[in-house]
Structure formats: C-alpha cells, structure tokens
Design a protein around this ligand. Structure first.
Ligand SMILES: [Zn+2]
Length: 459
C-alpha cells in the first residue's frame, strides 16, 4: 500500500499544475480487500448459471426476452439492490425459421449455414445460382459495377485469432456491410465465411446492415470447415452452383426493457457510477459469454461492494435491451437519461465475453489519471496492464460517451472469444469460473474507487 501512495504522489506531480484529488487510504485498503474477496466469490457464476439455465436463448423481442426482463428484476431485487426498475425500449422483431445451403455442382453436397441477423428470405422454395468469389469485403467493394450480376457473392477471408480481438474489425465488414455491397454489384444473395476463429461446424451469425435505397438480398455465414470446403472446390473448379434457402420473419415492433438496479450512494446519491452488460442474446446459444457474463460480472461487483460498505456515490447496473440487433437499449438509455448526463461520473460496460481482463483503458481527464493509476496498481496482481487504447465505452454506453460521459474499458482476453461468439456453442460450459472471478475482482476495484473517490473524471 505504501508503494501505491508514493506512486500516486509522483503521478500527481507529473501532471503538473492540475490539482489531483487524493484517494483515501481507506478506499484503497477496501478495494484491495474487495479484489481478494471477489476471487473467492461465486456470485457472478451463480447469476450466470441462473440466467443461462432458467432463461436460455433470449433474442430481443421474443417471449424469452420478456422472461429475461422478469428474471433481471427478480435477481436484482433478491440480491438486495435498493432500487430496481425497467425502462421501455421499442425493438424490431426478427426471427429465422429456416436456413440451408447446398452445393449443386461440381460436387453436390450440403453445407452448414446461419442466416445473418436481419436477413431477408430467399424467394419461396429457395434460389439457385453460380457463385462469384471474393477474397475480402474490400475486393468486393473494388470490383466493377454489375460484376456479380445474378450471382451469389462468396467472401472467403479468415478471421485472425488475437488476444485483442482485432481480427473482428478486419473480417467483420463482410458481415456488417457485405449484403448491401453485394447487392450494389448486382448479386442476388451473399454467403460469407463465418466471422469467427473456430474450426467447428458452427456458423457465426450477427447483425448485418442493409442500406436504404439498396436492394435487400438474403445473406448467410458458412461455418469455417464449410468455407474450407468451398475453397478446396474453388481450387479445382471456379464454377460452383449453390442453392440457398432462407426463411425469416420480421414481425411488428414490440417493447422490451432496460432493467436497472441501484445501490444508493451514502454521500452523493445523485452521482452515478454506471456499469452493466446487455441482456439479449442471439437465438442459438444460451448467451453465456455474450453477454450473460457481462451481466453477471457487473451485478456481482456491485453486490460485493454493497456488502462491504455502502458506496458514497450511487452504483447503477444496467441490463441493456436489444444490443445485438442494433444497440436499441443503449440508444434509449442515452435519450432517457440525457438530463442526467453530468451526474454520470463514469461508465463502463462488460461485453467482451468471460476471458480474463488484460488491460484497462480510459478517456478521462488529466486531473484524474492518478485514480486510473491507483486502479491499475491494485489490479497488478490480476495481471491487468494499462491499455494504449482510448475507451469508447463499448456498444451500449457508446451514445453516452459520445455525449460526454467519461468511460473506462476493462479489455478482456479475446483469444478464444471468437471461437463461440454468436454460435450455438455460446453456452455456460465455455466459461471458466476462475476467469469470471478475475473479471469481478477487476471490476470491483474500478467501481469501488470511482464510487468513493471525491474527484471527477471529466474529460
Ligand atoms: Zn455482446
């Protein structure tokens, strides 16, 4: 602890004229104790086990989503949160009823696919066409107009495995924007290699974004081994004919809810440390790592802090609605709490799975950098280091951060996350209890210091 305090003094001096508000020794001692308690605590695991078992898959706007909302309220209440409430969010309702693909020639055989989120249906009975192959989304963009006329575009690039998850940014555009781009080139459908790093026959879904004024074409992802198969066939014969049958349904918009629970602050109840994850999941798995883990980690951190001593500021946990299909809960939250923006002292979302926290990023002002240093010092035994990234607050807090809310990011190990992200394999047995506990320990340190320190993080 002494070393920590010396460290703070030095970093305060280093920030020059900025006057830094000190963190009390008691807060630091309590945060260290919380860390050690969190590593032994089962709260997060129990919350995650409960959500994935009692609710399971919970696609936004589905009957299971309504069950998840009821589950969230009951869980926060039973854990002793001081206030628990819901806020309505209007969400679109999309469902996949059927998805299949078949190589007609040259080597007839079935393929395993998942329709991309939001995909339109193929014509009744399916469609059949030759494919045109592109190595990447960028190659598709660079191709001449009408280059894919009447064909099924196939994009084949593989996602890189990396702890930072950077491969998602590189391979992701094929899913995010591929269908719209393929339609611009005259294609009648799109198939992509899954945006995922596994070798299982488990295709990865995820939202795609059609463009206004561009024809909506059906789109699906092949599992990685199916994409390998396509590539081997392409090496022998460029002329592959594929049939594709996708049946989806878009129902009338419905109402889902952000579920919110608070531990009321003892000295500054109006000041909020906002944390959370998203409650919805894709339809195939049980949403254990995406994002049941984020819900469990943040609920557990708040609960452990409350158990030790009432925080000075209010800790607010938000279970966001409908993130996967377009950040509807996050956008609604920013709208509803616009006037409360300045009371949001800092915010952070856990939405990167259940792997260990590796690094801490932030976007805070210079006068509060020593508070981030203090968090990092306490997180050192957890092997958390300073990130060189600036935190954007993750998807759901993105709109609040854009409006000016300070944020931190607890960046998780993504080495294995994209093996199961958005697949039927996103289930509880992929979560390591010790890694989940490491997350809670890191979050407890961050939230404790943010809630009890008297200073401000203002950018
Ligand atoms: Zn997520």
């Amino acid at each position: 602890l002494r070393q920590l305090i010396i460290g703070f003094t030095l970093s305060c001096l280093a920030t020059g004229a900025v006057i830094a508000q000190e963190i009390s020794p008691q807060t630091l001692t309590q945060a260290a104790s919380l860390r050690d308690t969190a590593l032994q605590s089962d709260i997060a695991w129990d919350v995650l086990e409960s959500l994935t078992t009692e609710v399971g898959p919970r696609m936004a706007g589905s009957p299971a989503d309504a069950k998840a909302v009821a589950w969230g309220q009951a869980k926060l209440t039973s854990l002793g949160f001081d206030k628990v409430w819901t806020e309505a969010v209007t969400v679109p309702v999309w469902r996949c009823l059927h998805e299949s693909a078949y190589i007609e020639s040259p080597f007839a055989q079935p393929l395993t696919i998942a329709a991309l989120g939001g995909s339109v249906s193929t014509p009744k009975g399916g469609l059949k066409a030759e494919i045109i192959h592109f190595n990447s989304y960028e190659d598709l963009v660079a191709s001449p107009a009408n280059s894919a006329k009447g064909k099924i575009v196939y994009i084949s690039n593989k996602m890189e495995r990396h702890p930072s998850g950077r491969g998602y940014g590189q391979a992701g555009p094929a899913r995010f924007m591929g269908p719209a781009e393929a339609a611009k080139k005259g294609a009648i459908a799109l198939v992509i290699r899954s945006v995922g790093t596994d070798s299982q026959r488990s295709p990865h879904t995820g939202m795609t974004n059609y463009e206004d004024g561009v024809k909506k074409i059906p789109a699906a992802a092949l599992s990685n081994p199916d994409a390998d198969q396509m590539d081997r066939i392409l090496n022998r014969n460029k002329n592959i004919t594929l049939s594709l049958n996708i049946v989806t349904e878009t129902a009338k918009d419905t109402v889902s809810y952000n579920v919110i629970g608070e531990i009321t602050g003892s000295e500054h109840p109006e000041q909020i440390v906002a944390i959370g994850g998203h409650l919805d999941s894709w339809d195939q798995g049980t949403g254990a790592v995406d994002d049941g883990a984020g819900i469990a980690i943040t609920v557990a951190a708040a609960k452990l802090i409350a158990q030790q001593q009432r925080p000075k500021r209010t800790i607010r946990v938000v279970m966001f609605a409908a993130e996967e299909i377009g950040v509807f809960g996050g956008n609604q939250y920013a709208l509803v709490h616009k006037d409360e923006l300045k009371n949001h002292i800092i915010g952070a979302e856990s939405d990167g799975g259940a792997g260990n926290v590796l690094a801490l990023s932030s976007n805070v002002g210079r006068q509060s950098l020593h508070a981030i240093d203090a968090m990092l010092a306490l997180m050192a035994p957890l092997n958390v280091v300073r990130s060189d990234r600036v935190s954007g607050g993750s998807a759901d807090f993105g709109p609040m951060v854009k409006a000016g809310m300070p944020a931190v990011g607890l960046e998780q190990d993504h080495s294995e996350y994209f093996d199961i992200h958005h697949t039927p394999d996103d289930t509880l047995n992929k979560v390591h209890p010790d890694q989940l506990a490491q997350n809670v320990a890191a979050w407890a340190i961050f939230v404790k210091i943010a809630a009890d320190w008297e200073g401000h993080f203002d950018r």
